[in-house]
Ligand binder design. Structure first.
Ligand SMILES: *[C@@H]1O[C@H](CO)[C@@H](O)[C@H](O)[C@H]1NC(C)=O
Ligand SMILES: *[C@@H]1O[C@H](CO)[C@@H](O)[C@H](O)[C@H]1NC(C)=O
Ligand SMILES: *[C@@H]1O[C@H](CO)[C@@H](O)[C@H](O)[C@H]1NC(C)=O
Ligand SMILES: *[C@@H]1O[C@H](CO)[C@@H](O)[C@H](O)[C@H]1NC(C)=O
Ligand SMILES: *[C@@H]1O[C@H](CO)[C@@H](O)[C@H](O)[C@H]1NC(C)=O
Ligand SMILES: *[C@@H]1O[C@H](CO)[C@@H](O)[C@H](O)[C@H]1NC(C)=O
Ligand SMILES: *[C@@H]1O[C@H](CO)[C@@H](O)[C@H](O)[C@H]1NC(C)=O
Ligand SMILES: *[C@@H]1O[C@H](CO)[C@@H](O)[C@H](O)[C@H]1NC(C)=O
Ligand SMILES: *[C@@H]1O[C@H](CO)[C@@H](O)[C@H](O)[C@H]1NC(C)=O
Ligand SMILES: *[C@@H]1O[C@H](CO)[C@@H](O)[C@H](O)[C@H]1NC(C)=O
Ligand SMILES: CC(=O)N[C@H]1CO[C@H](CO)[C@@H](O)[C@@H]1O
Length: 457
């Protein structure tokens, strides 16, 4: 394959050309978000069992839904977004932490992006903790729901299945691992007791019907519904199909629910990494509905905010960096946490990459423990230290980084055997269910190029 950098440039050009030249039209993958569908490949085999609720100080459920690479100014003008904006709290200074996608997803649950500057097929060793350790430590239930992931805790880098948008088109890569952060951390995906919580949208339908949705959820729509391969209008139609009814559904959105609808990164790389973020849910204080909060937040705020709410331990990473991890103001006020005022001209640039780290093979260092194991985070508690963490290996203790590329070495954290199964879904219900498509679809050539580009974006 061509060098990643070249593929990135070529891929970006083609993706933009293809996007501009075609009009995808949203088609619902199921009859409703609470019904299972053959379009999602694997039907659910079980339900999440625990239904116990650990009371938070401000909310009892925290739902994150991430969309992709869309321009804020573009998104806000669609009727669906205008509607949601009027029903929610706009966080007008929320930021991604780097580029491209995968490091942002990793950062949101691990407190660091480990120097990653691409979207390749990685795993992170078992001694590195995530928000899952903090939640379980306090008995808070959690799950991730990945649309079009074929089976629970699927480990492949992507999955290609029947194209439900166009019955005569080629199969399509709807699922990608790079948008599934819990799948990348071995402490979650290789832990037998945890892997059943890396679930697909058929499981979501099953769990909501059984009244067993978890208290912390990370939800990733597929590559067309999250706007990655499509447009903001397409994603807006998905939001109307999927989120609008769920906002009216008590089993998902009750008076203790907070929903964060956000993006992974800004589409434009040469400006500050500003992203459109809305807080919705019946748990949002009523006087905040339709208002704007201009506090400086980043993806690390997603960690500090849940820590503050449930009085959790912290990871000792950027989740305790006071510049980078302001707690959502309405939560900080209730929990007595003091946020840091970070004026616009003092904000770090978050559109850059190239940092040394264990996932940067041009500037490689081993996985490190937090430098300060005495840090107290937004939950008022200390650092969570896993048994397998070597606390003597800190960032500060590591010397110069190594350029593995220059010595012809591969990153030790690349998954060597690609476990993707480029297979078509087997339909267990009512035929293949594909509807006749009545709108302009991608020409076959553009579709092929987009699939190729998706490897790097
Ligand atoms: C799959 O999606 C298509 C397009 O929306 C729809 O017509 C069909 O009914 C869906 N199949 C199932 C089993 O829901
Ligand atoms: C729920 O419990 C059953 C029986 O113990 C188990 O087989 C299943 O894996 C559990 N479900 C999840 C999502 O953990
Ligand atoms: C938003 O959409 C919902 C569902 O269609 C509708 O009930 C509600 O009135 C709309 N709200 C606003 C402010 O437009
Ligand atoms: C349920 O089990 C079947 C048979 O093993 C499998 O094909 C399917 O993908 C599983 N569903 C999920 C969501 O893992
Ligand atoms: C990051 O954004 C700033 C403007 O906010 C710009 O000056 C800079 O060139 C950008 N950096 C990169 C690597 O694109
Ligand atoms: C990207 O940042 C620019 C400059 O702040 C802003 O105009 C644009 O709306 C942002 N895009 C997103 C996706 O937030
Ligand atoms: C906090 O993050 C900022 C921005 O990345 C960085 O400049 C600063 O050194 C960090 N502070 C600590 C204590 O690590
Ligand atoms: C974490 O585990 C990896 C793999 O065994 C090892 O290379 C690394 O040094 C460990 N780091 C820490 C801080 O424990
Ligand atoms: C690492 O080495 C490669 C190959 O020699 C070179 O192209 C690249 O610029 C180097 N990267 C850094 C960060 O020095
Ligand atoms: C559906 O896909 C086929 C095969 O790629 C293509 O020829 C056709 O134009 C597509 N249909 C629409 C409505 O775009
Ligand atoms: C464990 C449990 O209650 N499972 C039920 C979940 O809901 C489906 C119906 O959607 C039932 O078939 C399961 O038995």
């Amino acid at each position: 394959m061509a060098s990643p950098a070249l593929a990135l440039i070529v891929g970006t050009l083609f993706a933009q050309t293809a996007r501009a030249a075609t009009a995808w039209r949203f088609e619902p993958p199921s009859t409703s978000p609470t019904e299972q569908s053959g379009n999602y490949t694997g039907f659910s085999n079980d339900t999440i069992n625990d239904t116990e609720v650990v009371e938070g100080k401000v909310f009892n459920r925290f739902v994150q839904i991430w969309l992709e690479n869309t321009d804020f100014d573009d998104a806000r003008t669609t009727p669906a977004w205008e509607n949601l904006t009027s029903r929610g709290l706009l966080l007008s200074a929320f930021h991604g932490v780097t580029h491209p996608s995968e490091p942002n997803y990793l950062a949101s649950i691990g407190g660091d992006f480990w120097g990653l500057q691409d979207d390749d097929y990685y795993h992170i060793p078992e001694n590195i903790s995530t928000v899952v350790d903090l939640l379980e430590d306090a008995g808070v239930s959690w799950a991730t729901y990945q649309e079009n992931m074929p089976t629970d805790h699927f480990y492949g880098s992507s999955y290609t299945s029947h194209n439900y948008l166009n019955a005569s088109a080629e199969d399509y890569t709807f699922y990608v691992r790079k948008h599934n952060p819990l799948g990348v951390y071995d402490s979650v995906s290789q832990n037998k007791a945890r892997q059943g919580r890396i679930r697909n949208f058929n499981d979501f339908a099953n769990d909501i019907v059984n009244g067993s949705l978890s208290q912390w959820m990370f939800i990733t729509p597929n590559m067309v519904n999250d706007a990655h391969d499509t447009t903001t209008d397409f994603a807006a139609a998905f939001i109307e199909y999927w989120l609008f009814p769920l906002l009216e559904d008590e089993r998902f959105n009750d008076d203790g629910t907070i929903i964060v609808l956000s993006f992974d990164e800004n589409e434009t790389w040469d400006v500050q990494n500003h992203i459109y973020t809305l807080v919705l849910g019946n748990g949002l204080p009523e006087d905040l509905v339709g208002t704007t909060d201009d506090t400086f937040y980043t993806h690390f705020s997603l960690l500090s905010t849940v820590q503050a709410n449930w009085g959790l331990k912290n990871l000792g990473r950027n989740d305790v960096n006071t510049t980078m991890s302001n707690v959502f103001d309405f939560v900080a006020r209730e929990t007595g946490f003091e946020n840091t005022n970070v004026p616009e001209d003092a904000r770090p640039l978050l559109n850059i990459s190239g940092f040394a780290g264990p996932l940067n093979s041009e500037s490689y260092i081993p996985f490190y423990a937090p430098d300060d194991l005495t840090a107290i985070g937004a939950g008022g508690q200390g650092v969570f230290v896993s048994d397998s963490l070597d606390t003597s290996v800190t960032y500060g203790s590591l010397g110069e980084s190594t350029n593995l590329t220059s010595i012809d070495s591969q990153s030790p954290w690349i998954v060597v055997e690609d476990k993707s199964e480029a297979k078509v879904a087997v339909f267990a219900k009512e035929g293949n269910g594909a509807a006749p498509v009545t709108t302009n679809m991608l020409a076959a050539v553009s579709a092929a190029v987009i699939i190729a580009a998706a490897v790097y974006l």
